[in-house]
Design a protein. Sequence first.
Length: 279
Amino acid sequence: MKDAVIGLQDVGGRSLRVATWRLDKASEHPPVLFFNGIGANIEAVAPLAAALPERAFIMFDMPGIGGSPDPLVPYTPWTMSWTASKLLDQLGVDLVDVMGISWGGGMAQHFAIQHPGRTRRLVLIATSAGMLMMPGSPKALSKMANPRRYIDPAFMQKNFETLYGEGLGAGPGKSGHMSRLTPPSPRGYMYQLLCMLGWTSAPALPFMKKDTLIMMGDDDAIVPLTNGKFLASLIPNSKLVVMEGGGHLFLLSHKEESVAAIREFLDPPATVGELRTAA
């Protein structure tokens, strides 16, 4: 986080903790707008921003998550996509590549559908089409829904492999990830759970023409690989990449492979179709 510019911003009537990387530096690539997983603060995925130094990054904590104050009223994917678009206005950014992991992958899909003119390409990481998802193992999902995983280090330590697979179970990866987490507020966590209740992108995805990279782990107990295959069957211009032995946090456990796949997908210049859509 040492290279990030971090602060609270009033965005569309909401106070949000926003982090940006390298927005003031010239780049041949559009910035990345990143949506995080449920209950996860900016720091949880900051290593990805550090691993792609040629790109600007934009992230924010959802209301009641990380350093963002509690929301006064519940929010929806539509309102938070609108809020994210307002944030881009304030930052002077017109076009972005959109990424999202897990819960944030749903937000990334919704943003691309709601704001196609601001979205160049889409990267979906360990995520699903929402309500129509194939659920993970009950054991993992029961731990996932429990906010103790953020509040109680002993609980997280005990259940880490059940939640996230074996990939980060050894070495500094596990402790490093745990050290970056900040407990969400009870209201923030509940409202984030409620946000996606009943939501699905499935009816809209066949009409979404954005080039899309879908990244899944074949050992993900929270969002099984079947969900990535389902997304790939719905999105016309999509590519599915599977991380062998990857759990829900393959973005960290398979960092080099993940970064290479993202670069290969995002590096090519915008196509004529993408430029036309963004115009």
